[in-house]
Design a protein around this ligand. Structure first.
Ligand code: 13P
Ligand code: SF4
Length: 390
């Protein structure tokens, strides 16, 4: 039975065009790709990518995040969520080049976790993450001063989502914290509450709140929002002292657009539908869903689902479309028709991949992502703490 709704939403060319125009050193985005890219209309792109990859052989290892386009995923040696890819980055020490088809913070983490001899490459430097940009090193240092002045820094453990810059990961390592991803946030918080009395959760307020309240039994009143754009974070010292979870005011612009209405609407349209969403969605959406999990969790849940079952998925559209194609025996729909692709994930396309692979095959290392030594040292402490979580 094939009851899959057509998932034919197209990316917005305008959004893709605007990103990458202006250089902003404080942002992961907005850096033009320096390459002389092949035309997107070149009919030989697939052949060229195959030939360059074959020429590179064991020297290259291509990682693909689940949100990448089909045309890119086709060339990935491994696919996964942020956690799996962070681990997988380190499993091919013989590969000289790690081509990371994902976004900037993922490539930085791969650079931190791989050897000096390996070069991590991001095929388009403008593939950043708007959520990661919502916490800068200066803002976080200021926040720590606020917590220090409130007398609570000593009992606060930073837990930073993988979707953050290497600077924020280094801050986390310097202050005895851990990194987490959407697949281990509960374990990270359990560990952190064994180390201290409070958690500063950066930069995704939704993942922090959803994990604490939905998975660990905290109340919404245990959470307070720290707004980096307001003096003192926009909260009183008493509020900070009373809180268990201090949530940074950051969010994902893609997942932030799923609403409670979209959950209610799909339940009315498809009786018996299973609503499965990513934990970056708002608390009210996650509370109304049947299941919540990382992109890898979503892939596995649909692999295990029974024939004929119906699913509404609240995550990025490239992944949902691929899942719908891969499971024609199940009804798989996008939770909200108006939500778009992650435009920065979509920056990595076949022309960028061909340009990257052909450059490497010619001995030119392009778009290398390299974290400086000091940042790397402390960021690695926090990443290794995550990898060692029970
Ligand atoms: P996952 O770790 O679930 O792959 O999520 C990464 C991400 O950026 C989601 O927006
Ligand atoms: Fe960042 Fe959201 Fe895109 Fe994930 S989906 S990379 S959190 S903007």
């Amino acid at each position: 039975m094939t009851t899959t709704e057509p998932l034919d939403v197209q990316p917005t060319p305008l959004a893709l065009l605007l990103l990458g125009r202006e250089a902003d050193p404080r942002s992961e985005r907005g850096v033009d790709c320096p390459g002389d890219l092949p035309a997107a209309s070149d009919p030989d792109l697939v052949e060229r990518a195959r030939a360059a990859k074959a020429k590179l052989g064991e020297k290259v290892f291509i990682l693909g995040h689940h949100y990448q386009r089909d045309e890119v995923i086709e060339f990935a040696d491994v696919t996964g969520d942020s956690f799996k890819l962070a681990r997988d980055a380190a499993v091919r020490p013989e590969a000289e080049y790690i081509v990371f088809c994902g976004v900037h913070f993922m490539a930085e983490s791969a650079d931190i976790l791989t050897s000096e001899a390996q070069a991590v490459i991001l095929p388009d430097l403008a593939a950043g993450c708007s959520m990661a940009d919502m916490a800068t090193a200066e803002q976080v240092a200021e926040c720590w001063d606020v917590l220090t002045d409130a007398g609570i820094a000593d009992v606060t453990v930073p837990v930073s989502y993988m979707n953050s810059s290497a600077d924020i990961k280094a801050f986390t390592g310097r202050h005895g914290g851990t990194i987490c991803t959407s697949s281990n946030a509960k374990r990270a918080l359990e560990w952190a509450f064994g180390e201290g009395e409070k958690v500063l959760f950066l930069p995704d307020q939704h993942l922090g709140r959803n994990t604490a309240v939905r998975d660990m039994g905290f109340s919404l009143d245990d959470c307070v929002i720290y707004n980096p754009h307001k003096p003192g974070g926009g909260v009183t010292v008493d509020q900070l002292r009373a809180a268990k979870m201090i949530l940074w005011r950051g969010h994902c612009s893609v997942h932030g657009r799923f609403s409670l209405d979209s959950v209610e609407d799909v339940r009315a349209r498809i009786p018996g539908v299973n609503v499965l969403v990513h934990p970056e969605c708002k608390h009210e959406v996650v509370s109304a869903a049947d299941q919540v999990g990382s992109t890898e969790y979503i892939v596995k849940a649909l692999d295990a689902a029974s024939t004929g079952s119906a699913w509404a998925i609240g995550t990025e559209l490239n992944l949902v479309r691929r899942l719908a194609k891969a499971h024609p025996d199940k009804q798989i729909v996008f939770l909200d028709k108006t939500v778009c692709f992650c435009s920065t994930m979509n920056r990595i396309d076949l022309p960028h991949l061909v340009w990257t692979l052909e450059s490497l095959a010619d001995g030119n290392v392009v778009n290398r992502i390299q974290v400086d030594k000091d940042t790397e040292h402390y960021a690695k402490l926090a990443l290794e703490q995550m990898l060692a979580l029970p």
